[in-house]
Design a protein around this ligand. Sequence first.
Ligand code: AMP
Length: 375
Amino acid sequence: MILVLNSGSSSVKYQLIDVEGPTRAKGAKIERIGEPGSDVPDHEAALSRVAQAVATESAAITAIGHRVVHGGPRFSGPALITDDVIKQIEEAVPLAPLHNPANLAGIEWARRWRPDVPQVAVFDTAFHSTIPPAARTYAIDREVAELYDVRRYGFHGTSTAYVSRVAARLVGQPDTANVIVLHLGNGASASAVAAGRCVDTSMGMTPLEGLVMGTRSGDIDPAVIFVLIRAGMSPDQVEAMLFRRSGLLGLCGDNDMRAVIARVEAGDQDAVLAYNVYCHRLRKYIGAYCAVLGRVDVIAFTGGVGENSSLVRSTVLAGLQPLGIRLDPLRNVSARGTRIISTDDSAVSVAVVPTDEELEIALETSAVVARTKPQ
Ligand code: AMP
């Protein structure tokens, strides 16, 4: 049994997974760590709750898989945790100042709690390590870029790896499919995957770039930032605005797509603009990734919005028949779970694939442990 631990900035999620089934024994999310009025003062307290919750299964745990947001430039796959690996995760802290310290708190706690079992770090950036230099390099002064590790890293890699693999199998091309993965949750990203290898992704050095998100702006002209700073905003204020008060929230006051859609249906013009900006950006990235891949076999929707909103899917794909994309309106609104929602004669299949990051972390953890076991 693998214990999957996602020790995030304000919550700790865990799941116990038997990868043979695969079956899930138990799991939960402990939220609001360190917030005023919360009864979970810090990560240590949240993690001791995990230990209590899995006390009866503790002996059956054979490995612990940790979600780590930023692997920096060094990790191209999951890694068995050693002192050296911890040092390298620490070195990536400037690239993910909120997330990596919280991930490290989980790792350090788990090593003390169960020093007898192997621990594996599964990085959100790793699946994107195959992105070629032409797509991962920002066109800025190379010396500056090298000094500060400035480049596209990409995020949602664990989800994208899982969803692209399931989508490729779904269209009967497990090894050869070219897939566009649209992970549309509170954070959102698009990725282009060619025969199992990621070749481009919309998030960059941080998870701010690319699509319009719940509270993040996605792409803007970087010079906007200097205009705002010269106008009197501090760098921290601009950063907080772009990460926490932009995207759907900034445009219409709601970051939850369900609320935005309800307001669109009621004719609210701010919500209509937010919805249109969100969908326009997505269409732009689909077009871009059709060009990057040349041939697209399947477009896979995942994440809270991608899995549940037939309206977003149909808005985004409307009028793309010239690109060989034909959504089946009935399949789009009926059925649930992993499924094809394009017409039988659509040159490009369209799929909905519910993501399962915990299962992917458990599978990768188990594979690393199997590889490193003394024979
Ligand atoms: P996630 O981060 O993957 O949990 O996704 C969260 C997002 O999914 C939120 O913005 C929700 O509004 C959105 N979402 C969940 N269900 C629906 C739905 N039925 N229609 C539209 N958006 C949804």
